[in-house]
Design a protein around this ligand. Sequence first.
Ligand SMILES: [Fe+2]
Length: 314
Amino acid sequence: MTITDLRTVGADTSAVHFARVAGHIGADVSGVDLSRPLDREVADAVVAGLHRHKVIFFRDQHIDHAQQIAFARNFGPVTASHPYDDDAPTDFPEILKIDNREYERKFGVKAASYTNEWHTDVTALVNPPAVSILRAGNTPVRGGDTSWTNLAAAYAGLPESIKELVDGLRAEHRFGGRHPVFKEGSNYGDKVARTPLIAEHPVVRVHPVTGEKILFVQPGFTSRIVGYSRRQSDALLDLLFDEVTNAAYTVRLRWREGTIAVWDNRATAHLAPGDVNHLDVARVLYRTTIEGDIPVGVDGASSVAISGEQFIGS
Ligand SMILES: [Fe+2]
């Protein structure tokens, strides 16, 4: 493939262009104005580009909460902000404010986001969001970058013998994964204890649009391999997390005002930064999520809820 091919491969239309920014994942999108409703052809191109590139980046898009929600609807029904969050802006219950200064109050620990580990959004739900859209509010002068990894590439890179093993496995997902994050007695600690969300997902899910096999585990939520002893589970999860977080499969974004990132939450994990927690800086981002389907494994078996209901959008 030539360099020209690499720059234009994707779902280009006459209006929309995708320029890859890393080897396995990520593209910059141009030719789209997110402050206006998208034409059908443009919206279809953006959705197709998302499925191909897994995370897409828009720059210099200065939009507000209502415009972000309107843009999000191109990807499907928009959910409420978060199953545990109750301080979305009054007029915009779909908006989750991610503010490093507020998480210490909520969690009882310093954090830039829900977790500073690699994670896929809210896989403690039986139907984790299909897509997440994150818009820059206040961006720090330095630090606070977000990284994403391609979970289809992580699966594809496994040796055949490990693929055969993990194709038939299922794993439990809960907040904090193997290491609960919320301090007992904190705002979130209480909510998680009162209404736990726990789901069992296939370790390898089949993407409903692309048909790709996705290595659907990450340290933020995956707590154990079902049917394995603790030691067996930890050993295998350590190996799989190493693959998922292999830098070769990742892309890293420097936020600035007007930046918007959209990721396929069914095919990626991402890492909130740990490098701003010691700085006296404000890092504010606004997230919306799209209702997800219930994952299906290689054997056709679906995820099940151990505790909690489906998270439905409108
Ligand atoms: Fe996240």
